[in-house]
Design a protein around this ligand. Structure first.
Ligand code: ITT
Length: 193
């Protein structure tokens, strides 16, 4: 089955394609003639995921989905949360975001955090939401080269490695996005027979 994924993030696209497997072929906004940045201006992950999916549905009329993800740090009252992409700058500067996060946690003992993903699906004009989360801690310094975003400073509960030190399949098996997209896949398998 072909399905349109409303993202401008190439890392995410690759991860979600891997999680969904060969039964699904992800189509990009670019392949549908949408090249501008897809807006995400809401104050919640749910709001942003829906905004991105609706934006693409309105332009293409195709079944599609979007994900919005935030890193929520307990000692920072849930920040950066919905502002995770633009924490340090107005762009998607992963290194600057991590630096600012580590700076804001200097000397802080409680380093507990979670990643939360909300997936919004528009199928046959109907909207559906799926959620996934993973709990963990923010490390003292970055480790590993894999993944993207805050992966080098996030250590999931029960592991001694950061997400960036794990094999991609291992991250996908336990991650926020992996869990949300597994729910999406189960729903699609049920509704698109
Ligand atoms: P799209 O909106 O185009 O899909 P984005 O990069 O803006 O791409 P999100 O709004 O969902 O994606 O994510 C916000 C930020 O959260 C993202 O830029 C990363 O810094 C971080 N992030 C998201 N998923 C992550 C993951 O699996 N591991 C580490 N950091 C992640």
């Amino acid at each position: 089955m072909k399905i349109l994924f409303a993202t401008n993030n190439a890392h995410k696209l690759q991860e979600v394609q891997q999680i969904l497997g060969a039964d699904y072929l992800l189509v990009t906004p670019h392949q549908c003639g949408v090249d501008e940045e897809i807006p995400e201006e809401q104050e919640t992950l749910e709001g942003n995921a829906l905004q991105k999916a609706r934006y693409l549905f309105e332009r293409t009329g195709l079944d599609c989905f979007a994900d919005d993800t935030g890193l929520e740090v307990a000692a920072l009252n849930g920040a950066p949360g919905v502002h995770s992409a633009r924490y340090a700058t107005s762009g998607h500067d992963f290194a600057a975001n991590m630096r600012l996060l580590l700076h804001n946690l200097e000397g802080v003992e409680d380093r507990s955090a979670r990643f939360r993903t909300v997936v919004a699906l528009i199928l046959g004009g109907q909207e559906y939401l799926f959620e996934g989360e993973v709990r963990g801690t923010i490390m003292q310094e970055p480790a590993g080269e894999g993944g993207f975003g805050y992966d080098p400073v996030f250590r999931p509960e029960g592991y001694d490695l950061s997400f960036a030190e794990m094999a991609p399949e291992e991250k996908n098996r336990i991650s926020h996005r992996g869990r949300a997209v597994a729910k999406l896949a189960a729903f699609l398998a049920e509704h698109c027979k």
